[in-house]
Design a binder for this molecule. Structure first.
Ligand code: GLN
Length: 569
C-alpha cells in the first residue's frame, strides 16, 4: 500500500481505502515549557516546506480558551483579530499560516473550547444526544475530532496547532481528542511535533535539556508521544545534547530540530529546511524517496529582506501601540511592501492619545509616511484626526485603514468642507453629545451576496459586524484603480460603522474623491484626496491579504510613495 508516491501530485489516484479521493495525513503541533515559542510560525513554515515539496496543505488552530472566538477579546490581551474571507474572527496565527502558504484560511480553520462547548450545549438542548449524560469524553472530544476532520479529503497534509502549552487544564480535552484521533486513523497517518525551549545557562555555558524532558514526560502521561522535537535555542544544539534529547524523549536524533532565533521570520522556511524539519516529517511518514523541494520562492524572499538598498520611516498612529501584535498584519504588510521596493521599512509606533489635545506636528515630524490603522472606541481618535490633517497638509503619504479612513473623512468634513461638528456615532453616541453631524454612522443594513443583513444597536457584540470579503468597484482613473490595476476588487472587512454617502457631494467638491464603492453604490469603500501625492483611506483591511511573495498592491505603492517622500527630505 503506497498512498504517497515518490512524486507529489499523484495522490488522487489512490484507492487503497476503497475511496475515490485520498485522505490527508495529519500533523499535530503542540508546545511545552513556555508559551510564545513561535509554534504558529513553525507550523506555517512547515506548511510552506511541504508545499515546496509539491504537496497541498491546510493549517488549523485549536485554542483552549473559553471565548467563542477572539472577536471580542481586546487586542491588548490577544493581539490582532485575523478575519477570513468567509467572515470568521480568528487568531493571529491564521495570519502567519496565510502569509506563509498563500492558502486562504476559512471559518473551519479555527476553533476554541468556547466554540466546541457552545456547539455541544446547543446539540444537548436540541436533544441530539438522545437523553445521554454529556461528558468531556466522548461528547466534547468527538466534537473536536469532527472539527479536525472537516475537509480531510481536500489536501495532502492537514497541520493542526494546539494553542497553549502541555499541562494547561483547558488544553486537556484537545490533547485527549488528538490522541483518540490518531488511534482512529490507520497507523502512520498522524504525526506529533512538539515545540520546546532549551534554555542556555550562561554560568555553566550549557544548553539545558531537562525542561524539554519534563515537557515530553507530561505529554506521554496523557498518551501522546512526539515524533519530532523542535527546540528553540539561542545557538546551535551540540551533538551531545541532541543525543541526550533523542534518548530521553524517545525520538530519533535526526528528528531533534533546532530552531534558532532569526533576524526575520521569513527566513524560517529556509532555516527549518537546513535543519532537516521537512525531511524528518517525510521520513516519519515513510515517504521515500521524498520529492525534491523547490525553495526559490523563499530564497527570493530572504534576498529581498536581507538586502535592502535604503530605509523609510513609517509612523503607525494607533491606540494599542504597546503591543505590536495588535497590528501584526499591518507590520507584516509594510515589510512586504518594503521588500517589493528594496527598502527596509522602519516602523515606529506613535500613541495617538499623546496629541489628542495638542499639536501633532512635533510627534509626526521626520516620518516618510503615516498609517492610521483600525480601532474601536473613542480614545485617541482626536489624535488620529490630527494625524490625517497633518498628512494632508504636509503632502505626506497617508494610508488610513478602516477607523483610519473614517478619521480622514471626519478631518476632511471638519477642516475642509466646513462641517465643523462632524463626528462618528461610535463616539458621540457613547459620549451622549447633543449636537453633531454623524458623518460616520452605525451601519444597520447591508447586502451580502444576494441577501440583506440587518443589525440593531442593541445586538450582541460578538460576530455581528460586517465581516469578511466584500466586493468594491473602483472609479476609472482614480489612484486606487491605477494601484490595483483593475476596477473590481475583493477585500476583507470588520466594522460596525460606515461613512455616510449623504455627505459625498459636499466632500467631493472639496477634492475628497469617493473612489471605491460597494457594488450597489451605497457603501463608501475607499476615499482619496485628488491633489495629494498619496492619501488613501480604505474601509477594509488590505493588510490581511498581503504575502511576502505577493505584496498587497496598496502597501507596495504606499511604501513606494514613502520612498519618494524620503528622497525629498
Ligand atoms: N470602530 C470602527 C467600526 O466599527 C472601525 C473598525 C475597524 O477599524 N476595524 O466601524
Amino acid at each position: 500500500m503506497q498512498r504517497f508516491s515518490a512524486t507529489a501530485g499523484q495522490l488522487n489516484s489512490d484507492f487503497s481505502r476503497g475511496q475515490p479521493t485520498h485522505m490527508a495525513r495529519f500533523i499535530f503541533i503542540t508546545g511545552g515549557v513556555v508559551s510564545s515559542l513561535g509554534k504558529g510560525l513553525a507550523s506555517a513554515a512547515l506548511g510552506a516546506l511541504l508545499q515546496a515539496r509539491g504537496y497541498s496543505v491546510r493549517l488549523r488552530k485549536l485554542d483552549p480558551y473559553l471565548n467563542v472566538d477572539p472577536g471580542t477579546m481586546s487586542p491588548f490581551e490577544h493581539g490582532e483579530v485575523f478575519v477570513t474571507d468567509d467572515g470568521a474572527e480568528t487568531d493571529l496565527d491564521l495570519g502567519h499560516y496565510e502569509r506563509f502558504t498563500g492558502v486562504a484560511a476559512r471559518k473551519t480553520d479555527s476553533v476554541s473550547s468556547g466554540r466546541i462547548y457552545s456547539n455541544v450545549l446547543e446539540k444537548e438542548r436540541r436533544g441530539d444526544y438522545l437523553g445521554k449524560t454529556i461528558q468531556v469524553i466522548p461528547h466534547v472530544t468527538n466534537e473536536i475530532k469532527d472539527f479536525i476532520s472537516i475537509g480531510e479529503d481536500e489536501v495532502d497534509f492537514m497541520l493542526c496547532e494546539i494553542g497553549g502549552t502541555v499541562g494547561d487544564i483547558e488544553g486537556l480535552p484537545f490533547f485527549e481528542a488528538i490522541r483518540q484521533f490518531a488511534n482512529d486513523k490507520p497507523r502512520g497517518d498522524c504525526l506529533f511535533m512538539h515545540l520546546t525551549l532549551l534554555p542556555y545557562i550562561k554560568a555553566s555555558g550549557e544548553l539545558k535539556t531537562k525542561p524539554t524532558q519534563h515537557s515530553v514526560k507530561e505529554l506521554r502521561s496523557i498518551g501522546l508521544a512526539p515524533d519530532i522535537l523542535v527546540c528553540r535555542s539561542e545557538g546551535p544544539i551540540p551533538a551531545k545534547e541532541r543525543e541526550k534529547l533523542a534518548l530521553f524523549c524517545n525520538v530519533r536524533a535526526d528528528s531533534v530540530i533546532a530552531a534558532q532565533d532569526l533576524k526575520s521570520i521569513y527566513e524560517a522556511p529556509l532555516a527549518y529546511h537546513r535543519e532537516g524539519l521537512d525531511q524528518a516529517v517525510l521520513d516519519a511518514f515513510g515517504i521515500t524517496p521524498a520529492p525534491k523541494p523547490k525553495l526559490k520562492r523563499w530564497e527570493d524572499v530572504a534576498d529581498g529582506i536581507y538586502n535592502p538598498e535604503g530605509e523609510v520611516k513609517v509612523a503607525i498612529v494607533g491606540k494599542y501601540t504597546q503591543l505590536e501584535d495588535a497590528y501584526k498584519s499591518i507590520a507584516e504588510a509594510l515589510t512586504h511592501g518594503g521588500m517589493a521596493n528594496r527598502v527596509k521599512v522602519r516602523i515606529e509606533w506613535v500613541d495617538a492619545e499623546l496629541f489628542d489635545k495638542e499639536d501633532a506636528a512635533p510627534y509626526l515630524q521626520g516620518y516618510n509616511a503615516i498609517l492610521v490603522p483600525g480601532g474601536f472606541g473613542e480614545r485617541g481618535t482626536e489624535g488620529k484626526i490630527k494625524a490625517a490633517q497633518y498628512a494632508r497638509e504636509q503632502g505626506l503619504p497617508y494610508l488610513g485603514i478602516c477607523l483610519g479612513m473614517q478619521m480622514a473623512v471626519i478631518e476632511a468634513a471638519r477642516n475642509v468642507a466646513g462641517i465643523t461638528e462632524a463626528g462618528s456615532e461610535e463616539f458621540d453616541h457613547e459620549a451622549g453629545k447633543k449636537r453633531f453631524e454623524p458623518v460616520v454612522y452605525h451601519l444597520k443594513e447591508w447586502v451580502q451576496g444576494n441577501h440583506t443583513v440587518a443589525r440593531t444597536v442593541g445586538d450582541d457584540k460578538g460576530g455581528t459586524m460586517r465581516l469578511g470579503a466584500y466586493n468594491a468597484t473602483l472609479t476609472e482613473g482614480s489612484a486606487v484603480a491605477r494601484i490595483y490595476g483593475t476596477t473590481q476588487i475583493e477585500e476583507r472587512h470588520r466594522h460596525r460603522y460606515e461613512v455616510d454617502t449623504k455627505y459625498r457631494d459636499q466632500l467631493e467638491k472639496c477634492g475628497l474623491q469617493f473612489s471605491g464603492m460597494s457594488p450597489d453604490g451605497r457603501l463608501p469603500e475607499i476615499v482619496e484626496w485628488k491633489d495629494h501625492p498619496w492619501f488613501i483611506g480604505v474601509q477594509f483591511h488590505p493588510e490581511l491579504k498581503s504575502k511576502p511573495f505577493d505584496p498587497h498592491p496598496l502597501f507596495k505603492d504606499f511604501v513606494r510613495a514613502a520612498k519618494d517622500a524620503s528622497r525629498l527630505v
